[in-house]
Design a protein. Structure first.
Lengths: 167, 167
DNA sequence: TAAGATTGAACGCTCAATCTTA
DNA sequence: TAAGATTGAGCGTTCAATCTTA
């Protein structure tokens, strides 16, 4: 067969095609707005956001931050270096275990995140939630969780964030 | 406020967090399998797949292929160059309008796509459809279409493909 | 003058190799 | 010997500038 997705049912294939559209276009659209309005990558935004939700003054370990960001240490290390030169975060060697580096959010980083917030949220709303009913929002959450929970270890901080919101 | 997504409702924010997980992790997982097993990018796979569904011997115009791939000409041009050196596709100058380049799928490209098919489909199934009910598959399709149809012009070939399947 | 496509430089990501501390 | 983190080379993407034909 020359059709690569013939072995999905027609129902499934149509869904897969529609999903690819979201996977490809939505991140670009989010990235573009953040970059244009705030000089911030979607990924960098996620890092700042994670740090801001950490709920501790000690920051987060590089390896934890990597897990939370669904990324790996080499990538994170380079990104943190960039963010450090911009004065958004600081690297601190952990006193207890000197192999560990903690990343701390600096006031300038928090300010960047805050300044980006309004336009970012407006964009997410415009791109996603404006087009979904309350029921669909619930459906999408369930579906997304079922997909990701099978893929990898759920990130620790995500769980914290969920608890914060579900309370 | 320091919380960038405070202006979504808790319902929406939880959904957004879950969706980010899919947006970040799913493309990586698809890419990784294709690259490992077939030396193919998700994007390259999409290009080959689009060409194979074109239903014509004349191939597709670069600009159409760019639209279909949710991409832009500079990126596509570089990717096509790579694929040309691998013997997967060929560039043909359009006789009617010599500004236009048509990209034609070569037998070797079709073979690559075919060889990649089984493992790719198995992976998509394992990552996505194994975890969803038939109802959820339908829900996801509707949701994905609502999101993308608001984002940009729907790609022409996608519409063709939908017609082929919905018939 | 505009449409279609390509080029080259700058930038970000990936991954294996390396460094440091436990 | 292993865990945490960084580095550097190779590769892909982005975007403005450029080239070619209409």
């Amino acid at each position: 067969v020359s059709d690569d997705v013939l072995w999905l049912s027609p129902e499934e294939e149509l869904t897969w095609i529609a999903l690819i559209g979201v996977l490809v276009q939505l991140p670009s659209a989010i990235d573009a707005q953040l970059l244009r309005d705030s000089g911030l990558t979607f990924f960098e935004h996620g890092v700042l956001s994670s740090l801001s939700h950490a709920g501790t003054e000690d920051g987060l370990r590089m390896s934890d931050l990597a897990t939370i960001s669904s990324s790996h240490l080499p990538r994170l290390s380079q990104v943190i270096t960039r963010m450090e030169t911009r004065g958004w975060v600081r690297r601190v060697t952990d006193a207890a275990d000197r192999r560990v580096i903690r990343v701390v959010l600096l006031p300038e980083g928090r300010r960047t995140l805050d300044d980006a917030a309004a336009a970012h949220v407006a964009n997410v709303r415009r791109l996603v939630f404006d087009h979904l009913s309350a029921t669909q929002v619930r459906q999408l959450r369930t579906i997304a969780r079922q997909i990701t929970s099978a893929m990898g270890s759920p990130s620790p901080l995500l769980e914290i964030r969920k608890e914060q919101l579900e309370r």
